[in-house]
Ligand binder design. Structure first.
Ligand code: PMP
Length: 376
């Protein structure tokens, strides 16, 4: 098997899994219980929270545990809207956001909110002048992901924050799911940030919403005591501790891992560029982990399944996106339906080897020839 779909999810690291099992076996107490078992669980959670806070240079009390980035994004959006409803009715975003941002915003649009989508340049970067123009006294929230999941386009959060300084009441949220663990991340500029552990070799079903101290949120999930008042439910010591472990491991030897992925990216792009009919959609503003290509005249899903029959796994659009005919994100950037309906996302990891890519390229070439013959 050649797995090239690391941006959809990663295989849980063995050490992370060991932590999860060990805690479930030996430290299963409810952290809210007052007895010894509960106290130990609570201590483990506190230690894990401190570890996460130290790695991300934030405060422990700024961490809210959730079931994943989808819940973090929903909590951020609805929590801000509910808590700051007197501030305004406009939300600014981009068409590159994950469905867990877009769908809550479409819902809010039906409820009378104005959703403004920023203009993008040919690389998919937001137009900062357009942001300046669209901001108004009615803006309550700006939500822009650090890295788009389909193309890998990276936005400059610091530059966005500079523009937002003119509007200190506007809250800035970023979905950092596709950048955390892959690169150092500066959270200075954001008020809220969401991520899932599954993207950095942690477990599925756990995520974090970072909420800066000065921001208030109305909780989406109300109920019993938890680690914060912003998300009720018995905290999972095992999921929280395994997330801390996964994050610590992800940031170990980061530079070495990044260099490896960069070299793989350069190799893959140079090889793909030599193949007739292959168009490289990723650009200089994309993280090296994501390479988006289009294979002209071959539909995304056809190629995905052809590769799958060779035990090679890639993605078409983001696994969670609903629209099924072509990639909305690719279309927004290229304005070309052919490109958008034939795109494939290859996503790399520090675990990927050059040998895997050589094998992938060879099979890709073979499949392009045979699928083109079928079409004739
Ligand atoms: N945001 C982004 C950018 C993602 O890539 C994903 C996962 N595809 C999510 C949010 C949702 O994460 P989860 O499914 O773990 O809630």
């Amino acid at each position: 098997m050649i797995y090239l779909d690391y941006s959809a999810t990663t295989k849980t690291d063995d050490q992370v899994l060991d932590t999860f099992i060990e805690i479930n076996k030996n430290y299963f107490g409810n952290p809210n219980s007052l007895h010894k078992l509960g106290t130990i669980s609570k201590k483990l959670i506190d230690l894990s929270t401190k570890q996460i806070a130290d790695i991300l240079h934030i405060k422990e009390k700024e961490i809210i545990y959730t079931s994943g980035a989808t819940e973090s994004n929903n909590t951020a959006i609805f929590g801000v809207i509910e808590n700051y409803k007197m501030r305004g009715k406009q939300i600014i975003t981009t068409s590159l956001e994950h469905s867990s941002i877009i769908e809550p915003l479409l819902y809010l649009e039906k409820k009378g909110y104005k959703i403004s989508y920023l203009k993008l340049d040919k690389y998919g970067r937001i137009d900062l002048e357009d942001l300046k123009n669209k901001l108004s006294d009615d803006t309550v929230l700006v939500t822009i992901s650090s890295v788009n999941s389909e193309m890998g386009v990276k936005q400059d959060l610091n530059q966005i924050k500079e523009v937002l300084k003119e509007y200190p009441k506007v809250i800035f949220h970023s979905d950092i799911t596709q950048s955390i663990g892959k690169e150092k991340i500066d959270l200075e500029s954001v008020d809220l940030a969401s991520f899932s552990a599954q993207k950095f070799y942690g477990l599925k079903g756990v995520g974090v919403l970072i909420k800066k101290e000065n921001i208030e949120l109305a909780p989406l999930i109300k109920g019993g005591k938890s680690t914060t008042i912003y998300r009720s439910g018995t905290p999972s010591t095992a999921l929280i501790a395994s997330t801390a472990k996964a994050l610590r491991l992800a940031y170990e030897n980061l530079e070495k891992k990044q260099n490896h992925v960069r070299q793989l990216n350069e190799f893959l792009i140079s090889e793909l560029s030599k193949i007739d009919g292959v168009c490289i959609n990723s650009n200089k503003y994309c993280i090296p982990h994501i390479i988006n290509i289009s294979i002209l005249n071959i539909k995304s899903e056809t190629m995905l399944h052809a590769l799958e029959s060779n035990e090679i796994y890639v993605s078409t659009k983001t696994a969670c996106s609903k629209n099924n005919s072509y990639s909305q994100v690719l279309y927004e950037i290229t304005k070309n339906k052919e490109i958008a309906s034939s795109s494939i996302r290859i996503s790399l990891s520090h675990l990927t080897t050059k040998e895997e890519l050589i094998e992938f390229i060879s099979i890709l070439k073979k499949e392009i020839v045979s699928l083109s013959l079928i079409r004739k």
